[in-house]
Ligand binder design. Structure first.
Ligand code: ADP
Length: 588
C-alpha cells in the first residue's frame, strides 16, 4: 500500500468529513424541498376543489333556466307556426327582460331547424336572430335527448360561452325547438385572477377554454387527432381560434393528478406545481398551476441539521474507534507483559534448576571426601576380618566364622546405602515431582548420610519425630534441603565445646513443622535477612558457596512450604513447614 504522510492523511480525513457533511446537507435540502413541494401540492389541491365548486355552482344556477322557460306557453305557441314580426319583437323583448333578471349572458329561442327566432341580444349588431345554429351539437343533443350543453365560441358574437339548452315540445311531445341560455365567464375569470395561481379549464380534448391569465386560453394540452380536428371544424366550437400546443414536461409526479412540470408558457419557461381536477358533470378538467415556493430558511435549517447529525455521527464513530484501539493496545501490552513474565519465570526456573544441580555437585564433592574417609575405615576393618575368617576356617571353626561374617555383612549393607544415596543425590530430578512421602523417613536418610560426620564430631543428637509425617514432594530434593541444614549446623558447631543438635517434627494445624536447632552460636542479627540470598556465605573461601540455603529455600517454596531462619538459645534454628497430605493422613 502507498504510504501517505501523516499531515496529508489528516487533511484528507478532514476533507472527507467535510465532503460528507456537505453531501448530507445537500441531500437533506433536496428532501426538504421535495417535502415542501408535496405539502404545497396538497394545499393547492384543496384550493382547486374550492375553485371547482365555484364553477359548478355558477353552472348549476343556470341549468334549470332553459327547462323552466321551455314550459312558457307563449314561447311554445310561437314555435308552433310561423312567427310574425310583432310576435318576434314581443318575444325578443320578453327574452331580454328575463335575461336581465336572471343575469345570464344571452337567451335565445331556436325553432325545430335550429333557426334563432328570438334572442335577448336582438338590439346588438351581433344579434342571434335569424341565424341558424342547427350545426351546433347542443341543438342536436336537445332534439334527441331533450337537453344539451356545449362550450363554444360564439359564431356570431365571437364571444365564448357555455350553451345550456332544453327542448320546447308540443303537448303531444313533438319537438318544436330549443330554449338556449348562454353563459360567459368573464366574472369568474376576473375573480380567479385575484390569486397568484394560474387557473385553466380544459375540455375533454385537452383544449384550454377558460383561463384566468392572458395567453393561456385556446392552448392545447395534448395532441389532437384528425377526427377531433374534423369535429371541431364541423361544430365550429372554437371557430377561428388558432389552437397552439402548450409545451409541458412532467418532472416529478406526486400522485395521479399532481405533479411538478416544466412549462413553456406565455410568460416564459418555468417550473410549476400542476394540479388537475376532473369535473365529471361537464367532462372538463380544472387545472391549477403554481410556481413552487420553498422558504430558503427551511432549506438552510434542514441542511444545517443534517450536517450537524452527520458530524455528530462521525465524531461518535471516531470516539468509539479510538476507545476500541486503546482497549486493543492495552490488551496487547497486557499480553506482552504476561509473555515476558512467563519467559522470565521460565528463565528463573532454569537458573534455579541449574543452581540446584551445581549446589548438589558442590555438596557431592564435599561428600565424596567424607565418603572416601567413611568407606576407607570399613574397608580396612573388613580386610582384617577376612583374614580372621580365613584363620577361623583354616582351623575348622565354622561357627565362629559365621559369627565373624555378621559385622562384615552389616558394614557392606551400610556402604551400599551410602553409595545409593550418593547416586540419587547427584541425579537431576524432574522439577515438580510430587510423590507421597514420609518426612520423618527423609530425616532418617539424611542423618544416615551424615552419620560418619555426626559420630566423628561427637554430636549430641536429640530427635523428636512424629511418624509417619505424610507430605507431597520430591524425596531427593527434600533430602538435599535437610542435608544442607544439618551440614550448616555441624559447620557452626565445629569449634564449640557443646555440640547439641535437636531435630523436631510435629503437626501444627494443616502443616508439618520440622525444626533443626543447633548450639553453634547462631547467626549474626545483621546477617539474618540475608542467609537465604544466593552466594551469601560467612565461610572461608573454598568452604562455602553460599548456595545451600538459597536452593533449599527455593525447593521448599516450590513444594508449597516455607523455610525460616532464627536464633534460639545458643544457636540457630531453621524451621521448615510443609502442608500435611490429608489424603494420606486419612488413610493412616
Ligand atoms: P554456605 O553453607 O555455602 O555458606 P548456605 O546458604 O548454606 O551457604 O549458608 C549461608 C550462610 O548462612 C552461612 O555461610 C552461614 O553464615 C549462615 N548459616 C547457615 N546455617 C547456619 C547455622 N546453623 N548457624 C549459623 N550460621 C548459619
Amino acid at each position: 500500500m502507498l504510504a501517505i504522510p501523516r499531515p496529508l492523511r489528516l487533511t484528507l480525513y478532514i476533507l472527507l468529513i467535510l465532503a460528507g457533511a456537505a453531501l448530507a446537507a445537500g441531500l437533506a435540502m433536496r428532501h426538504a424541498e421535495r417535502q415542501a413541494q408535496v405539502d404545497d401540492a396538497a394545499r393547492a389541491n384543496q384550493q382547486l376543489v374550492l375553485y371547482a365548486n365555484s364553477l359548478h355552482t355558477l353552472i348549476e344556477r343556470y341549468r334549470t333556466l332553459p327547462a323552466v322557460l321551455a314550459l312558457d306557453p307563449e314561447l311554445r305557441a310561437a314555435l308552433d307556426g310561423p312567427v310574425s314580426a310583432d310576435q318576434q319583437d314581443a318575444l325578443n323583448r320578453k327574452l331580454e327582460r328575463i335575461n336581465g333578471a336572471a343575469q345570464s349572458s344571452t337567451l335565445e329561442l331556436l325553432d325545430h331547424t335550429g333557426l334563432a327566432v328570438a334572442a335577448s341580444n336582438w338590439r346588438l349588431p351581433s344579434s342571434y336572430v335569424g341565424h341558424n345554429y342547427g350545426f351546433r351539437p347542443y341543438f342536436s343533443q336537445t332534439r334527441s335527448q331533450g337537453a344539451g350543453r356545449f362550450y363554444a365560441v360564439g359564431v356570431t358574437s365571437g364571444i365564448p360561452g357555455y350553451f345550456l339548452s332544453s327542448a320546447v315540445t308540443a303537448d303531444n311531445g313533438e319537438f318544436l325547438g330549443a330554449m338556449v341560455v348562454k353563459l360567459e365567464f368573464p366574472e369568474l375569470e376576473r375573480e380567479w385572477r385575484q390569486g397568484s395561481d394560474t387557473l385553466l379549464v380544459s375540455d375533454s380534448r385537452g383544449i384550454v377554454f377558460i383561463a384566468n391569465q392572458p395567453g393561456w386560453r385556446y392552448r392545447l394540452l395534448g395532441a389532437l387527432s384528425e377526427t377531433d380536428r374534423a369535429e371541431l371544424k364541423a361544430t365550429r366550437q372554437y371557430d377561428k381560434q388558432p389552437l397552439t400546443p402548450l409545451d409541458h414536461q412532467p418532472i416529478r409526479h406526486f400522485d395521479g393528478n399532481s405533479y411538478l412540470a416544466h412549462v413553456d408558457g406565455p410568460d416564459g419557461a418555468a417550473d410549476y406545481l400542476w394540479e388537475s381536477l376532473p369535473l365529471s358533470a361537464e367532462g372538463w378538467t380544472l387545472h391549477l398551476l403554481r410556481r413552487p415556493q420553498v422558504a430558503f430558511e427551511d432549506l438552510r435549517n434542514a441542511g444545517l441539521a443534517a450536517a450537524g447529525v452527520w458530524l455528530t455521527l462521525v465524531f461518535l464513530l471516531l470516539f468509539l474507534s479510538q476507545r476500541w484501539r486503546l482497549a486493543k493496545l492495552r490488551q496487547r501490552s497486557r499480553e506482552e507483559l504476561e509473555r515476558l513474565v512467563e519467559e522470565r519465570t521460565r528463565d528463573l526456573r532454569t537458573a534455579q534448576d541449574g543452581l540446584v544441580q551445581s549446589a548438589k555437585l558442590a555438596a557431592l564433592g564435599q561428600m565424596s571426601a567424607a565418603l572416601a574417609h567413611e568407606i576407607n575405615q570399613p574397608l580396612t576393618a573388613q580386610r582384617m576380618q577376612l583374614a580372621t575368617l580365613r584363620l577361623l576356617l583354616d582351623h575348622g571353626r565354622v561357627d565362629d566364622a559365621y559369627k565373624a561374617l555378621r559385622p562384615v555383612d552389616e558394614m557392606l549393607t551400610r556402604m551400599a546405602a551410602l553409595t545409593g544415596h550418593l547416586k540419587t543425590f547427584a541425579r537431576k530430578s524432574p522439577s515438580g515431582l510430587r510423590e507421597r512421602l514420609d518426612l520423618a523417613a527423609v530425616v532418617d536418610q539424611s542423618l544416615q548420610l551424615l552419620d560418619a560426620r555426626l559420630r566423628d564430631e561427637q554430636i549430641d543428637c536429640v530427635l523428636h519425630l512424629s511418624r509417619p509425617a505424610w507430605v507431597r514432594g520430591d524425596a531427593i530434593r527434600l533430602e538435599q534441603v535437610l542435608i544442607n541444614l544439618l551440614r550448616n549446623a555441624l559447620d557452626a558447631m565445629r569449634d564449640k565445646p557443646l555440640k547439641r543438635l535437636a531435630i523436631r517434627l510435629e503437626a501444627d494445624e494443616q502443616l508439618w513443622r520440622l525444626t533443626v536447632a543447633d548450639s553453634g552460636g547462631g547467626i549474626a542479627p545483621q546477617d539474618l535477612p540475608n542467609v537465604f540470598d544466593p552466594f551469601f556465605t560467612t565461610k572461608p573461601v573454598g568452604d562455602g558457596l553460599g548456595l545451600g540455603l538459597a536452593v533449599s529455600f527455593a525447593i521448599v517454596h516450590e513444594l508449597g512450604g516455607r523455610l525460616n531462619a532464627d536464633n534460639q538459645g545458643d544457636g540457630a534454628v531453621f524451621t521448615l513447614t510443609l502442608p500435611i497430605d490429608l489424603e494420606a493422613h486419612i488413610q493412616c
